[in-house]
Write a protein that binds this ligand. Structure first.
Ligand SMILES: [Zn+2]
Length: 602
């Protein structure tokens, strides 16, 4: 867990305008900045960034969020990674990090050496007729090769020496997995006579390489080893290049090899990514669902492909939602995506993706395989097998439907199947979690707060955000006036911020990201999205503020008064203290009302 105060600190030191400007060209328009929305297709700009609120909002598609939200949505980062990224840019170190702290200067050194190696491989490709001929024979144009930064590692034991000079003997090439050192301390290049595919992280840094042999040779594909930069189970080849296409098409297709990704892009299908020689992991699936609500796994039609598909199926069950779907595309046995699109064309591949097998059907097909449902034994066996998969499904409606299909298969009532699968209550969908929310496009789920903020409290919060100096005028009884609920908590945070860093509207974004309470989050979101209240003169602002405080006092007074009044009306005898209080409330009621009249008349 990252401490809330740290999150606020990071956001306080982040400027959302310069952050977003790095990805999207912004134009000044009034108090805000405008752009064509990066999250939906549009011709005229409806995407606005507010420097005072440190918040972005699109009037076209409803996308909105803070700097953290932007990185999550645009780069598909997790909340934690987005905070880390911003912290790094702000020169802060994430405290109590349970992952081993990597020294940023070490990471930067490794990234720099990868960059130099990549440049060397690209240069080598240009002067290698053999490698060029290979890529041409695979049908790749120079443009696609350039887009993916494809290069060539020559057939040379110390080719990289030319690129790195004296640094070749340093720590970085070894730690980055570019060279191997033998027992005698002699170093040589890991990749030799291979076409080189740089593997990028979500920021576009080169964190590894995949090398493919030209012609025959073993292994056919060679990847960088695990290094401080590169963790195979987390990375997806081609994700950085595919982001735009995924966003536009609304689907991401997972294939098995980098040549498939590149070939699909060459033929016009840009939203494919590949795992890097590992089975699909839960981390992969999380990353994929952050990019798109629809993930299609594409596997070769052979036995190995089916096994890989089964693993992908198991990895995604607990990450589904009723608004998130996974499908499975099995190509004819003689094809991989590369050969398929080459032979059948783009349209045919689109159709195949569109018609991919829904997860439910693939799951049932897997369960039924090798079973003879004509026998009671095999019908029981089906339920037994289902027990390892179906209870994990995190999409409640889908789960129920699959249970119903199983109940038909095994000729038992739904309740009996549910009992056998030990599914008690319908599984909760997982998108209520505000930190893990897949996409900022959807409004966060809002539970109604325990005590709904009244109009007065809401207006008071707005006024404070628009005119932050008013916070000095908040009376001592303000928390009491705010009652019990999320608004009180928010006011408390405002006061805390006032006492530490000084209250400022830019603090809102930090508060929004730091709180995990949904009711509070909903109110903060409303404040972040609210247009400024229309009050022109300073004295009118103060008057409005004073009026609101009086209204709150009247409301509290009335509340206490009517509670006692009701008891009297029911014939109850109040004790002397209560009677005293009742009198005081009656008098204050008068005083407050006349002070409001006076205030209004002023
Ligand atoms: Zn938009």
């Amino acid at each position: 867990m990252i401490p809330e105060s740290f999150i606020q600190d990071v956001l306080a030191r982040t400027d959302i305008v310069s952050l977003i400007e790095r990805y999207v060209p912004l134009k000044k328009g009034g108090a805000n900045y405008m752009a064509c929305c990066p999250f939906h297709n549009e011709k005229s700009p409806s995407f606005t960034v507010s420097p005072t609120k440190q918040f972005y909002h699109c009037f076209g598609c409803g996308a909105h969020g803070t700097a953290v939200g932007f990185l999550m949505e645009y780069n598909g980062m997790s909340f934690r990674d987005a905070i880390k990224d911003l912290a790094q840019q702000a020169g802060l170190k994430v405290p109590e990090d349970d992952a081993p702290q990597q020294d940023h200067s070490q990471i930067n050194t490794l990234l720099a050496v990868m960059e130099r190696a990549a440049r060397y491989f690209r240069d080598q490709l240009r002067v290698s007729p053999k490698a060029i001929a290979y890529l041409k024979q695979r049908g790749l144009t120079g443009e696609v090769a350039k887009n993916f930064g494809i290069g060539y590692a020559p057939d040379d034991w110390q080719g990289l020496h030319a690129a790195l000079g004296a640094d070749y003997e340093g720590a970085a090439p070894l730690e980055a997995g570019l060279v191997i050192q033998n027992d005698t301390g002699r170093r040589y290049d890991r990749f030799r006579d291979r076409v080189m595919f740089p593997i990028l992280d979500q920021r576009g840094n080169i964190i590894g390489f995949g090398g493919r042999v030209i012609g025959e040779g073993e292994p056919k594909y060679l990847n960088s080893p695990e290094t401080p930069l590169f963790e195979k189970g987390r990375e997806l080849y081609g994700l950085f290049q595919a982001r735009q296409a995924i966003r536009e098409s609304g689907v991401v297709v997972v294939v098995e090899g980098y040549m498939d990704v590149v070939a699909l892009a060459q033929f016009g299908f840009g939203s494919a990514v590949a795992t890097l020689g590992t089975a699909t992991t839960a981390t992969h699936i999380q990353k994929l669902f952050r990019q798109s609500d629809k993930v299609v796994f594409c596997f070769d039609g052979d036995n190995a492909g089916r096994k890989a598909a089964r693993r992908a199926l198991e990895a995604c069950l607990d990450q589904l939602g009723d608004d998130r779907e996974a499908r499975f595309l099995f190509l004819p046995p003689e094809h991989d995506p590369d050969s398929f699109i080459r032979e059948q064309g783009l349209e045919a591949f689109h159709r195949a993706v569109h018609n991919a097998l829904p997860l439910s059907e693939f799951l049932l097909r897997e369960l039924r395989s090798d079973l003879n449902l004509g026998t009671a034994e095999d019908r029981s066996r089906l339920v037994y097998e289902a027990k390892t998969l179906v209870p994990k499904i995190s999409a409640p409606v889908l789960q129920q439907q699959i249970v119903r299909m199983i109940s038909e298969d095994v000729e038992l009532p739904v309740e009996a199947v549910l009992a056998a699968l030990e599914i008690k209550a319908p599984t909760q969908a997982r998108f209520g979690n505000s930190f893990g929310n897949a996409s900022g496009r959807k409004a966060p789920r809002q539970r109604s707060p325990r005590v709904a903020p009244t109009g007065n409290l809401r207006q008071l919060l707005r006024l404070l955000c628009a005119y932050p100096t008013l916070i000095e005028k908040l009376p001592g009884d303000i928390l009491e006036l705010a009652g019990d609920g999320p608004v009180r908590d928010i006011l408390q945070s405002f006061l805390d911020i006032r006492d530490t860093d000084g209250f400022n509207p830019t603090s809102l974004a930090g508060l929004y990201e730091a709180t995990s309470d949904e009711a509070r989050k909903a109110i903060l979101l409303e404040l972040l999205q609210a247009p400024p209240p229309k009050i022109e003169r300073d004295d009118a602002t103060v008057q409005e503020f004073d009026g609101l405080i009086i209204n709150l006092r009247i409301a509290l007074n009335d509340h206490e008064f009517s509670a006692l009044h009701q008891r009297i009306m029911q014939g109850e005898l109040l004790n002397p203290d209560e009677m005293q209080h009742y009198k005081a409330l009656t008098e204050r009621k008068q005083a407050l009302r006349s002070s409001r009249t006076g205030q209004n008349g002023a």
